[in-house]
Design a protein around this ligand. Structure first.
Ligand code: UFG
Length: 320
């Protein structure tokens, strides 16, 4: 297929691009490099450096589908400075959808987030039918796009699939996480293990969980990427569908720290600190819908996820 990948110079976008190329697809990446890296775009893809609002210039009727990753994605930053989140994530996507319609592109896969659900009512795995009440402008912007896609599929016949990611980690096909501002747990722990600095921080030790630290559903980016291929195959004209992407199981912050210590064999000093504002105790995906409808199955363990992220961390350190 001939595909446009927005945000293909970013973490998840680059991994999905690499997998699409491996499967024989033709990929153009549209990325403004505001947070992505030109050298993260896998070899074999064409890179167009431009804002997602310029999508009309790179689309044409021969494009079979768009995979839309370009977005701002830091929860805390979105609370402190929401404007760029609405501008990029909502206005940017609106411009993309107008271009998609103009050029008659029939299918779109969207990178959505568990942040659309906000604070869950219980610790039970979250279902797609649960209330979506985001607690940050980031989550609200992703939910707004889900609504936008639904209206586009109803009115204009777009086949759209929105994939709500839980916690993505790991590396695949030489692509991994390279954020200039790193807030995520796994890369922060690996940075400490690699000797980048002092200690890691545990945000919150008084949660009502098995060891007092927050529980999240960590999904290997390779499993996540494979779901995008399934979603592309399943997108049907006029149908909009949301799918959670997670393993269906959770690990506490302390369990992730232990996994990092085991995999790296390095000391990882940690300091306990108060909760980060807005972090729920437990976020775990019910993934039955993606399994049943997309025929998708996440297979990689937390250990594998950490090991692949570690290998990527070491390779990058050796490369610079
Ligand atoms: N954490 C630490 N120390 C750190 C970093 C994180 O203890 O240095 C904790 C957090 O408090 C949280 C867990 O580790 O309990 C995971 O934190 P991340 O920052 O890695 O991920 P989040 O669960 O906060 O964020 C994820 C996605 C977001 C999405 C959000 C939904 O990365 O895109 O879930 O709430 F919006």
């Amino acid at each position: 297929m001939k595909l446009l990948v927005t945000g293909g110079a970013g973490y998840v976008g680059s991994v999905v691009t690499a997998l699409l190329l491996r499967e024989g697809h033709e990929v153009t990446v549209l990325d403004d490099l505001s947070t992505g890296h030109a050298d993260a775009v896998p070899e074999g893809a064409r890179l167009v450096v431009a804002d997602v609002r310029e999508a009309a210039d790179v689309l044409d009727p021969s494009v079979d589908a768009v995979l839309h990753f370009a977005a701002k994605s830091l929860v805390g930053e979105s609370v402190a400075d929401p404007g760029p989140y609405w501008r990029t994530n909502v206005s940017g996507t609106l411009a993309l959808l107008e271009a998609v319609r103009r050029h008659g592109v029939r299918r779109l896969v969207f990178s959505s987030s568990a942040a659309t659900y906000g604070e869950p009512a219980s610790d039970a795995p979250i279902r797609e039918t649960d209330p979506a009440v985001p607690t940050s402008p980031y989550g609200a912007s992703k939910l707004a796009v889900d609504h936008m896609l639904e209206s586009w599929s109803r009115a204009h016949g777009l086949g759209a699939v929105s994939l709500r990611y839980f916690n993505v980690a790991g590396a695949h096909l030489g692509c991994g996480e390279r954020h200039d501002t790193e807030t995520h747990l796994v890369p922060n722990l690996l940075g400490v293990a690699a000797g980048e600095g002092g200690h890691a921080t545990v945000f919150g030790t008084d949660y009502p969980t098995r060891d007092g630290t927050a529980v999240r559903d960590y999904l290997h980016v390779a499993d996540l990427a494979e779901a995008h291929l399934r979603a592309l195959e399943h997108a049907r004209p006029g149908v909009f569908r949301v799918h959670n992407l997670g393993t269906g199981g959770g690990h506490s912050v302390r369990e992730v720290i232990e996994a990092v210590r085991r995999v790296t064999g390095r000391p990882v000093p940690v300091v306990d600190s108060p909760r980060r504002a807005g972090d729920p105790a437990v976020l775990v995906a019910a993934n039955d819908r993606a399994r049943g409808e997309l025929g998708w199955e996440p297979v990689r363990t937390l250990e594998q996820t950490v090991a692949d992220a570690w290998e990527f961390t070491l390779a990058r350190r050796n490369a610079v």
